[in-house]
Design a protein around this ligand. Structure first.
Ligand SMILES: [Zn+2]
Length: 399
């Protein structure tokens, strides 16, 4: 439901203190002499910074163990083993996709997120169960946060016969975006997986967002196979590569050529600033005109203990990984976890200007850079003009 609100004493994008009038869920006025009908609810921002809603553009709402008893992790850090452990133990560990995705999403909202792109595992063991759980969460949180779902073949595509059919079904029943994973490293059949994905994307007219952990020359090779197909299928502007670790390799000339192609085909890159891997330089990508968004990825799940449902926390990780220190760079880190995600997801009406949707968070800090390192509780989070979190707590209780 779209609502009206008069928000007093806030600093849009860290500028001068002013007031904001919201009508029908849109920013209708910015200034100190605004008049609103008597019945309009009012809030005092106490001089906080007003920033467009944070965007977790790469997460896995169906995986977290947040709020559950501590999960002891004694597994080796090998991709295939972690994938198999999770799939085989989801039920015995009681990682209920609805309850857990609700906890994760509520945490993100409490920390200022207004939009989420979540990959949901689609595999031959659990079918569409994870998608259905996250779908229930999406319905429960309608009007609180927008959740987009990616049909994600976590366990592989060609190595798990029956997965292509399940992805097809997921795209017909709730997922808006098609995922993929390491066509060489996981499937050992890059042509098989990529051809199957592009056929599905054609059939459903959907965007693709592929996990590409493949590093170095192997990842570069997979990227080239993707470029060929984006061209042939006319998927320019509709393809995203998550992680893209190959762009973190030391061969700068090679990386430069890959980035030129990525920019030319308008492929988006999603980064998590993974501390354990070589990651793309976000500045190099932005300088080339590439759309760059970010996400928390999995948080506190069977893969690992790290992470918070907080995009400012993620901006910190990305900032540290990219060697950011200056105030300007800290602001850039914040832009990547907000406008960057909107660019990748192509959100309409996103921003802090008149006419934009009233989806924003207040940040506590003297300046934008201070707010990023401060990581203080978000004073107020507003979605469609409605207060959805206050003082670091979402209006929806944690289950
Ligand atoms: Zn991921």
């Amino acid at each position: 439901m779209m609502t009206d609100l008069l928000l007093k004493n806030v600093r849009p994008l860290g500028g001068q203190a002013t007031d904001l009038l919201i009508r029908d869920g849109l920013i209708a006025g910015i200034g100190s002499e605004l008049t609103a009908p008597d019945a309009t609810p009012a809030e005092d921002g106490h001089g906080a910074i007003l920033w467009p809603g944070l965007i977790d553009a790469h997460t896995h709402l169906d995986k977290t163990t947040w709020g559950m008893p501590w999960h002891e992790n004694d597994r080796e850090a090998v991709l295939r083993s972690r994938i198999d452990f999770e799939r085989e133990n989801r039920l015995t560990l009681d990682i209920d996709p609805h309850r857990q995705s609700l906890r994760h999403a509520i945490g993100l909202v409490a920390h200022g997120a207004t939009h989420i792109r979540s990959h949901v595992d689609i595999d031959t063991t659990h079918g569409l169960r994870m998608m259905e759980g996250v779908q229930q969460t999406r319905e429960k949180l309608a009007g609180i946060v927008d959740i987009q779902m990616v049909a994600f073949p976590q366990s592989g595509v060609m190595v798990m016969p029956g997965t292509v059919e399940l992805l097809d079904e997921a795209l017909s029943n709730g997922c808006e975006v098609l995922g993929g994973i390491d066509p060489c490293g996981i499937d050992r059949d890059p042509k098989g997986q990529l051809d199957a994905l592009f056929v599905l994307a054609d059939r459903h007219g959907c965007d693709v967002d592929i996990h590409l952990h493949e590093a170095g020359e192997l990842g570069a090779f997979t990227m080239e196979l993707i470029f060929e197909r984006v061209r042939v299928h006319g998927m320019q502007g509709r393809f995203a590569i998550s992680h893209a670790f190959a762009l973190g390799m030391n061969d700068h000339a090679r990386v430069g050529r890959l980035i030129d192609e990525i920019a030319a085909l308008d492929i988006a890159i999603l980064t998590t600033g993974a501390p354990s891997a070589a990651v793309p330089s976000v500045k190099q990508l932005l300088a080339a005109g590439v759309r760059v968004g970010a996400g928390c990825d999995g948080i506190r799940d069977t893969w690992g203990p790290w992470g918070q449902p907080d995009m400012i926390d993620r901006a910190t990780v990305i900032g540290m990984k990219n060697g950011f220190r200056s105030d300007r760079d800290l602001r850039l880190a914040l832009e990547i976890v907000s406008q960057g995600g909107a660019d990748v997801m192509r959100l309409d009406g996103y921003g802090a200007a008149i006419g934009c949707k009233a989806d924003f968070t207040l940040l506590d800090g003297e300046t934008v850079a201070h707010a990023v390192v401060n990581r203080a509780p978000r004073p107020l989070v507003v979605k469609g003009g409605k207060v959805v979190a206050r003082g670091g707590a979402c209006v929806v209780d944690m289950p």
